[in-house]
Unconditional design. Sequence first.
Length: 263
Amino acid sequence: MATNALQFNGLQTDVRTDVTGKPTRNVLLSSIPDEYRVLRPLLEPVNLPRYLILNDAGEEIEFVYFLNQGMTSLVVVTHDGESVEVGVVGREGVVGVSVIAGVNRGAFRGIMQIPGEGVRISVDQLKEILPSIPELQRRAHHFVLLQSLQVGQVAACNRLHEVDQRLARWLLMCQDRVESPVLPLTHEFLAQMLGAGRPTVSLACARLESAGMIENRRGTLQVIDRKQLENTACECYHVIKNFNGGLGLRQVGGTSASSSVRV
């Protein structure tokens, strides 16, 4: 199985393929050595449409997902239907990682916020081969640690910072994980992720537009000045960005990274 070397913020990885021959672009899978040969026959390629729930809070996890594209939101949902995002996972990590750590139930709802594709493995199959893939276990435990730091930081951000800061932080986190400049999102869903009302989010978007950071259009939002957006975001974005560096996640940089973001 031929591989090509890639570099993700100093983390040496290889390009590998799934059972259909399609490249597996998940950073976690690409960073493990020969263990991928054990995993490959068991990894099922899957399309991951928007709003697909990969696992739910308190329910037994059936599959572990490695994203190649798209982004999953980790969401807390209350009994009255209110929800707020406490973390995100892109191609740098894995959804359902608690299984590798020995916990079979998810703490949060994992929902595809930005559609994409990836591979999955059943929990039963994964448990059977875990003893033969110690490097994946080590990297997964590292991911669990960094993800817990992210969740704590986002929870604090949602409690302590203004909606404009949180919106800027959220848009930056999305762009760090999704290579496509277009993020298919609705105002309604964006409001749920920020734990705010839709009118509040619309007003926040209008303020960012007035400041020259974004441009609002019907159904889309275009980032005009990413550097200014970074300056508007609270310190939580930069703290989380430092966490992400340990995952091999590429950061989007530049003083004027203009890109279209669908909302």
